[in-house]
Write a protein that binds this ligand. Structure first.
Ligand code: NAD
Length: 514
């Protein structure tokens, strides 16, 4: 299946990039080129920002920015309906472009539509939140609050959930009344360009959403430093997040950053082993292991460090747990993402493939044991495939424990006391997510409180709902997307204070009384 040949989407029209350049699209399952995307540059970003600004101001904002939320909600619902109508085609394109198993891409498309629907509801609810009164201590003043769109926003997104990550920003931004320029990842932009087509089909007012594909330094950097952008919302790596924050600083431009992670999953000795094994693997190997919130550090209960007499009284699950994990991991179907039942496809690019293999070889050279995986599967000669890897004999100084791999690689450290588990859990610069698996609810509650992260899963890992806020602590970024507050990321609050008395203010002496 070839991918559609698209141009940049600026001011409601397809437009060839100013410098006429294009980037190849490579199918990670076959390593074959399957098409091209436009390579936008600063000139295109300028045009897209100008189109977004014009859309914001059109008819003094009455058409979009100052229109009732209910008007914008209609467009968001129309987009959601089109996504569902085109679901199987979009899911196929997503899998071809980034290697995600087809079932997961289809799931993503449902989530994309659900997210547009959710923010359509919040756009309508915004109308009811307008002009909320503020109670003041003086009777001669009245005060109320307006929530207004922040303006033109730059949205920069990664490749692991190409259309879904874009939607997490586009839907709330448009619901709020902002206009936007989206810069998707150069490694997977195909479905975002199809979103442009959807916007054309539903008649979204021109310039409300503009999409400029291209390389990070050539298209992303000019967007993040653009003087006529009012906010930058970014999802991607910690390294790029720092650059974006620095680029926005001279103009005191607000940014929100959703960055990487190295999240823990703690498994206690009182779990049902089979259920816990499956969640542990899902937590790290879903989306081919390329999940920002992957619980890629398994912290596993093992009493082997305790005295023999104490040990004899405990249920020690570690050995069996590791054996069952290996058995389950080897049972995961690694195949072309379009093949029925695929549960792990190729990673997105050759660069990522080489990087992940290097992580595994470095772990080995530092003394860790590769229990299973970390190599190309024998039955797949082409494509960026890596068998899911489980790594033991890890210590906290190793790279594999400290750095985000962004691939199907799980590392394991064992603990014998809850205090020790907490130490290990928070032994990271990141703080996106964490999971605890245990039959003891009080213990789960204690860990929930003590894990320093923005998202905690109890007896599961990874489920994500657009109704709940998403985001991290520490070097995983700041701000929260999604949830009821998700729309507030794109709103600014205006207080309106009115003098409501017939009496003169009376602070200065009136000259007429002299
Ligand atoms: P990346 O930082 O390499 O790229 C992200 C985006 O930034 C891309 O569109 C890229 O073109 C652009 N970019 C690159 N250099 C830029 C620059 N100098 N200025 C402006 N834009 C620039 O990240 P990636 O490899 O696409 O994605 C993987 C990373 O994203 C991982 O670290 C992962 O954890 C993180 N991520 C986080 C979340 C979250 O919700 N916290 C979700 C998904 C991915």
């Amino acid at each position: 299946m070839a991918i559609p040949q698209r141009q940049l989407f600026i001011g409601g029209e397809w437009r060839a990039p100013a410098l006429g350049r294009r980037l190849p699209v490579v199918n990670p399952a076959t390593e074959a080129p399957i098409g091209e995307i436009p390579a936008g540059t600063a000139e295109d970003v300028d045009a897209a920002v100008a189109a977004a600004r014009a859309a914001l101001r059109r008819n003094r904002g009455r058409d979009w920015a100052r229109a009732p939320g209910a008007v914008r909600a209609k467009y968001l619902r129309a987009i959601a309906a089109k996504i569902i109508e085109r679901k199987s085609e979009l899911a196929r394109l997503e899998s071809l472009d980034c290697g995600k198993p087809l079932d997961e891409s289809a799931w993503d498309m449902d989530d994309v539509a659900g997210c547009f629907e959710y923010f359509a509801d919040l756009a309508e609810a915004l109308d009811k939140r307008q002009n909320a009164p503020v109670s003041l201590p003086l009777e001669n003043f009245k005060c109320y609050l307006r929530k207004e769109p922040i303006g033109v926003v730059g949205l920069i997104t990664p490749w692991n959930y190409p259309l879904l990550m874009a939607t997490w920003k586009v839907a709330p931004a448009l619901a709020a009344g902002c206009t936007a320029v989206l810069k998707p990842s150069e490694l997977a932009s195909v479905t975002c360009l199809e979103l442009a087509d959807v916007c054309k089909e539903v008649g979204l007012p021109s310039g409300v959403l503009n999409i400029v594909t291209g390389l990070g330094p050539e298209a992303g950097a000019p967007l993040s430093s653009h003087p006529d952008i009012n906010k930058v919302a970014f999802t991607g790596s910690y390294e790029t997040g720092r650059k974006i924050m620095a680029a926005a600083a001279p103009m005191v431009k607000p940014v929100s950053l959703e960055l990487g992670g190295k999240s823990p999953i703690v498994v206690f000795d009182d779990v049902d082993i089979e259920k816990a094994v499956e969640w542990t693997l899902f937590g790290c190997f879903w989306t081919n292991g390329q999940i920002c919130s992957a619980t890629s550090r398994l912290i596993l209960h093992n009493y082997r460090f305790l005295l023999l007499t104490v040990r004899a009284l405990q249920r020690n699950i570690a050995k069996e747990f590791l054996e069952r994990m290996v058995a389950w991991a080897r049972n995961i179907k690694v195949s072309d993402p379009l093949e029925e039942g695929c549960r792990l496809g190729p990673v997105v690019s050759e660069g990522q493939y080489e990087k992940i293999k290097k992580f595994v070889s470095t772990a080995k050279s530092q003394g860790a044991t590769i229990l299973t995986g970390g190599v190309r599967p024998k039955h797949l000669e082409k494509g960026f495939y890596i068998e899911p890897a489980i790594i033991t004999d890890v210590d906290t100084s190793m790279q594999i424990w400290r750095e985000e791999v962004f691939g199907p690689v799980l590392c394991v450290i064992e603990f014998s006391s809850e205090d020790e588990a907490i130490e290990l859990v928070n032994d990271t610069h990141y703080g996106l997510a964490g999971a605890v698996l245990s039959g003891d609810r009080e213990r789960c509650q204690r860990l929930t409180e003590e894990i320093d992260a923005g998202i905690i899963w109890v007896n599961c890992s990874q489920p994500c709902f657009c109704q709940a806020p998403w985001g991290g602590n520490k070097r995983s970024g700041f701000g929260r997307e999604l949830g009821e507050g998700g729309i507030d990321n794109y709103l600014s609050v205006k207080q309106v204070t009115e003098y409501a008395s017939d009496e003169p203010w009376g602070w200065y002496k009136s000259p007429s009384k002299l």
